[in-house]
Design a protein around this ligand. Structure first.
Ligand SMILES: Cc1ncc(COP(=O)(O)O)c(C=O)c1O
Length: 387
């Protein structure tokens, strides 16, 4: 067969390979030969007890989506913003924002959701990797040496939260030179007091929100860009019409309006995350950081622990640098029991030869095998935790 060249206006830049993400359960199922339905999937930070989606009216499927359905207003009210642009998941904005600026210097957290760095690099910008996401405050350094500062607040997976006052200071310094502060608030719904949404009428401040995590609606692909009207217009024109399907708009509007569910869910996720941190600590995996939707543990033995848990059908997310694991919340009591039993096996393995006894050379990274299993590993069930 003859290979055809696609006629393009300019030749396509080499595309970096896709990044690894949590939630690729089918791959794990094939590798470990355990059917997908038999896994306890803790590999994402998605609420396992998400907003209960009602039946979608037939018109949402049959008609082209229209903007006058109240979605934008519901989202703006929920986030405390004056205006916003719906997008097909915040990922759609992450990929497009870098193309709206001429190439410049962009500060990105060294440890964090890597799609940001990938998108800015792909659009020709120069990346400045920031330890702990911190540009520093020195004159001439920090935000003053950047055109764009990308902050993930709270960060995934470290859980680091930046205070509003600090972010507004960085924004003011960037905006004075025509720069941007981009704040990815995909995990902000449990701590809305830290959100910059109310300030997004300021030029150069862009906030991204997602329906995928707190609302547990990752599959519906809904996110929002909060920013000034010229920024929203530039992005809208880049993304084209109907970025959200009719069913997605319908479901998103109802979820964003359901404040009783949101309040109850904030409370139950808080309890569940405390329970998860306690359970992991009981088995020698005290979290290094986390949010109400996941816990993150730096350990030199992350590969061995991930593998050991996977053999028991428990799937957690592993990161290479620093070597670490992220545990999402189990969604049912059976899931909690299964996680505990998996951790109990790990703790006993830690005293056999399953784990390498080498001590990590990275400061702050503890070898799991040096930790004793707890004497009485029975954390009390927490009332109100998500089922
Ligand atoms: C920090 C962060 N931001 C954004 C996203 C993209 O989310 P979505 O496109 O579902 O809104 C993710 C997905 O994992 C994420 O972890």
């Amino acid at each position: 067969m003859t290979a055809h060249r696609l006629p393009t206006a300019r030749s396509l830049a080499p595309t970096p390979p896709p990044l690894d993400h949590g939630g690729r359960l089918r791959e794990a199922a094939a590798r470990y030969r355990i059917p997908s339905q038999d896994w306890l999937d803790l590999s994402t930070g998605i609420n396992p007890d998400g907003w209960p989606v009602p039946e979608v009216p037939g018109t949402a499927w049959a008609r082209l989506p229209e903007e006058e359905d109240g979605l934008e207003e519901a989202a703006a009210r929920c986030y405390g913003a004056s205006a916003l642009l719906p997008v097909a998941g915040s990922q759609a904005a992450i990929q497009s924002l870098p193309e709206l600026r001429v190439p410049g210097r962009v500060g990105v957290p060294r440890v964090g959701y890597q799609e940001h760095a990938r998108a800015w690099r792909r659009a020709g910008h120069t990346l400045v990797h920031l330890d702990d996401g911190d540009p520093g405050d020195g004159p001439g350094a920090g935000a003053d040496g950047l055109d764009v500062l990308l902050v993930i607040n709270p960060n995934n997976p470290t859980g680091r939260v930046w205070p509003v006052s600090r972010l507004l200071d960085w924004h003011a310094r960037l905006a004075a030179r025509g720069g941007w502060l981009v704040v990815d608030e995909a995990f902000m719904d449990t701590t809305p007091q830290h959100s910059l949404a109310p300030y997004t009428d300021r030029p150069g401040l862009i906030v991204l929100r997602s329906l995928g995590k707190f609302f547990g609606l990752a599959g519906v692909r809904v996110g929002f860009v909060l920013g000034t009207s010229d920024l929203r217009e530039a992005l809208r024109s880049r993304l084209g019409p109907w970025t959200l399907s009719g069913p997605a708009r319908h479901v998103a509007r109802l979820a964003l309006t359901d404040s009783p569910w949101q309040e109850a869910t904030r409370a139950s996720l808080r309890l569940a995350s405390v329970r998860l941190a306690a359970l992991l600590s009981d088995y020698g995996l005290a979290p290094t950081g986390g949010t109400d939707l996941f816990q993150w543990i730096c350990t030199a033995e992350a590969p061995a622990i991930q593998d050991r848990l996977a053999r028991q059908g428990i799937w957690v997310r592993r990161f290479e640098a620093p070597p670490s694991l992220r545990f999402g919340l189990p969604g049912t009591e059976a899931g909690w029991a299964r996680l505990e039993s998996g951790l109990r096996c790990l703790a006993s393995d830690a005293h056999t030869d399953v784990f390498p006894q080498a001590v990590a050379e990275t400061p702050g990274i503890r070898p799991f095998s040096s930790i004793s299993p707890p004497p009485a590993p029975v954390p009390a069930p927490v009332p109100g935790a998500p089922r």
